[in-house]
Design a protein around this ligand. Structure first.
Ligand SMILES: NC(=O)c1ccc[n+]([C@@H]2O[C@H](COP(=O)([O-])OP(=O)(O)OC[C@H]3O[C@@H](n4cnc5c(N)ncnc54)[C@H](OP(=O)(O)O)[C@@H]3O)[C@@H](O)[C@H]2O)c1
Length: 250
């Protein structure tokens, strides 16, 4: 059986990947609550010996969290992926690293693999530095850049659709456009990507973008409160993904 070292195993994407792969892969889960602090760890101390594949899904994933603790954000989102990329290159271990559309500024969509990335948040900058380090240190690794995740993850933090359906979010930006991406379909793609020789930067997300408000309206099917996003966040992060992540019909 294939052996996968999965960081961020308790997160939204990590939990979904575990559900997707648990019957066909041996998964070595890694998380902060499980006792591994990747802001200080060295890969040789946490990656099990028989690991064939590494999926780096750990991140300080909230913009507020990064602002609150920039040093930890830099160590987890930028330095850890760099260290892991070097380790995987040295040990010939296949590595896939997860990135975000928030590395883009939102000014000149649609974004492709060739678009310049100029983040507008500390979170975006720490993630971009991690992506660049992985690409430089391990050209065989794949950096999968995706957009806002939706669907049932059942993790500590909710996906956007879980937030909407639970009523935790009740007003929605009309002027923010994202490729809302189904987390289960993304996990299925990641299982194939790990097993492939795909390398470099790959944009993998829902094929179309829509406003946050349109997405919420489509999900709830009733009137919602509409608001305009302030200018300090990127408005249009529409991507033209080379890998189209499409939710399967239930
Ligand atoms: N969520 C989205 O909409 C979205 C959109 C685009 C891209 N992404 C990217 O997708 C990836 C997965 O995001 P996610 O939404 O699944 O994240 P998440 O739900 O916030 O989960 C973060 C994971 O990282 C772990 N972690 C946090 N700090 C750590 C530390 N110091 N040491 C070790 N592990 C630590 C957490 O462990 P504990 O649970 O134990 O704290 C958790 O397993 C990230 O790279 C993110 O940038 C996410």
């Amino acid at each position: 059986m294939r052996e996968l070292f999965l960081t961020g195993a308790t997160g939204r994407l990590g939990r979904t990947v575990q559900r997707e792969l648990k019957n066909s892969w041996i998964i070595h889960p890694c998380s902060l609550s499980g006792g591994d602090d990747l802001t200080t760890a060295e890969p040789r101390d946490v990656v099990p010996e028989n690991t064939d594949f590494v999926l780096n899904s750990a991140a300080m994933s909230s913009r507020a969290g990064c602002m609150h603790n920039p040093s930890a954000a830099f160590r987890l989102n930028s330095l850890w992926p760099r260290k892991l990329a070097i380790f995987c290159a040295d040990t010939h271990t296949r590595m896939v690293h997860i990135s975000t559309d928030l590395v883009y500024a939102g000014g000149v969509p649609p974004y492709t693999e060739n678009s310049p990335a100029v983040p507008r948040s500390l979170y975006g900058w720490t993630k971009l530095l991690g992506d660049i380090a992985v690409g430089n240190r391990n050209p065989q690794a794949c950096v999968v850049r995706t957009s806002v995740l939706t669907g049932n993850a059942g993790a500590k933090m909710a996906t956007f659709s879980e937030d909407i359906l639970s009523g935790r979010v009740s007003s929605f930006h009309v002027n923010c456009f994202r490729n809302h991406t189904d987390i289960n379909a993304l996990a299925r793609f990641l299982s194939k990507c790990l097993y492939s020789s795909m390398n470099g930067l790959v944009l993998a997300a829902a094929p179309y973008s829509m406003s946050r408000a349109s997405y919420a309206y489509t999900l709830l099917g009733k009137q919602i409160d509409l608001v305009h996003a302030s200018d300090d966040i990127p408005h249009d992060l529409t991507m033209r993904p080379s890998v189209r992540i499409v939710k399967e019909q239930e």
